[in-house]
Design a protein around this ligand. Structure first.
Ligand SMILES: [Mg+2]
Length: 359
């Protein structure tokens, strides 16, 4: 089996930012796993430094391994990271490579990946996600109205915690504006990306009591587990976190402090670890929500019984629709699980993607 990597940088369609970070482009590292004239695709969103982890650390290890033996491939790659460190760039590389190997296995057997994994559902519930702090009122309105009124998505999320929690009046005004746009029958979610302090996070949600917020993501830093638990016990919406989880132990430690665990297949260690993390959540009585990279998630999200929903993240939806034939729309609150084509159902539009290639 051969592993290669390519890096693409795509400018956003407008400046994007949340409570603790701002960006104007997004980098996608694509891993190809090839064997017997078949090619599996996996990707992650992260810096270009992901690529050499794949080509220098993983590729030499897997040359003689059977791509059908995904656990053997995953274990070889994961053990190789002992000294480099599993979280961060190396974890992104492991995740993309694992997804590529799973896709390769499915394609070699002529099976949809969701069929190989075994599907618990044919459609994955999604929520529209964007509402960046960098948007003006008009842009936020257009985005949310598009999801709710044009696509029929009954759940939307906006970013709050602007400028590390120093713009609370604007956060509250934007939440109120979002509620006006989406009406009473759509669930409103907010994500502070860890911007608030503990009691500040509680005060913000109490000040927004009449907006019926249902999902409060990273009200405080994900590293502050006791703080997450404190906020969870003091507010009405579900408190969620987990998007920075790079290994199983992370999810095991976090589970007692949240209402729903978020897992990102492009960070956590790929499909292999996503399935195990979902089992850890189930053992704690929790559902999981898939974080971003929607088309990388669809097959594995379909396979997880205790899935709540998948984040239909504006930035990644746009890139994946540009890069892949087979990308699906989200209409009526769900995205169809790809079951009619081998693998993840996606083919890279090589010429289109090449325009953005940086490595
Ligand atoms: Mg988030």
């Amino acid at each position: 089996m051969r592993l290669t990597a390519a890096v693409y940088r795509v400018p956003t369609d407008a400046p994007e930012g949340d409570g603790t970070l701002a960006w104007s482009s997004t980098t996608l590292t694509l891993v190809r796993a090839e064997a017997d004239r078949h090619t599996g695709l996996g990707w992650t969103y992260g810096p270009a430094a992901v690529a050499p982890v794949v080509t220098e650390l993983f590729a030499p290890l897997v040359t003689d391994l059977d791509p059908d033996d995904v656990p053997a491939v995953w274990t070889a790659m994961q053990r190789e990271l002992r000294n480099a460190g599993r979280p961060g760039v190396a974890g992104l590389a492991l995740s993309a490579a694992d997804c590529a190997v799973w896709d390769l296995k499915a394609r070699r057997h002529g099976l949809p990946l969701a069929r190989l994994l075994g599907a618990a559902r044919r459609e994955v519930p999604v929520y529209g996600s964007g509402g960046f702090t960098t948007y003006d009122d008009e842009r936020q309105h257009r985005q949310l109205a598009g999801w709710v009124h044009d696509q029929g998505i009954p759940r939307v999320k906006i970013k709050i915690g602007e400028s590390w929690g120093t713009e609370v009046p604007r956060d509250l005004a934007r939440m109120a504006a979002a509620r006006r746009t989406i009406g009473d029958d759509t669930e409103l979610y907010v994500d502070a990306n860890g911007a608030y302090q503990r009691k500040q996070a509680v005060r913000v949600m109490r000040a927004a009591a009449d907006l019926d917020v249902r999902w409060y993501e990273e009200p405080v830093s994900s590293d502050d587990l006791a703080g997450l638990g404190l906020v969870r016990d003091q507010v009405r919406p579900d408190v969620a976190a987990g998007e920075y989880g790079f290994d199983l132990v992370y999810f095991h430690r976090m589970a007692p402090y949240v209402d729903c665990l978020q897992i990102d297949v492009t960070r956590c260690g790929g499909i292999t670890e996503f399935l195990r993390a979902a089992a850890v959540a189930a053992a704690a009585g929790l559902q999981v929500s898939a974080h971003c990279a929607p088309h990388q998630h669809l097959p594995v999200a379909a396979a997880v019984p205790n899935l709540r929903h998948l984040e239909w993240f504006h930035d990644h939806v746009r890139i994946e629709s540009m890069f892949f034939d087979g990308a699906v729309p989200a209409t009526g609150g769900g995205a169809a699980v790809p079951l009619d084509r081998p693998g993840n159902g996606l083919d890279l539009r090589t010429a289109d993607a090449e325009h953005y290639r940086v490595g």
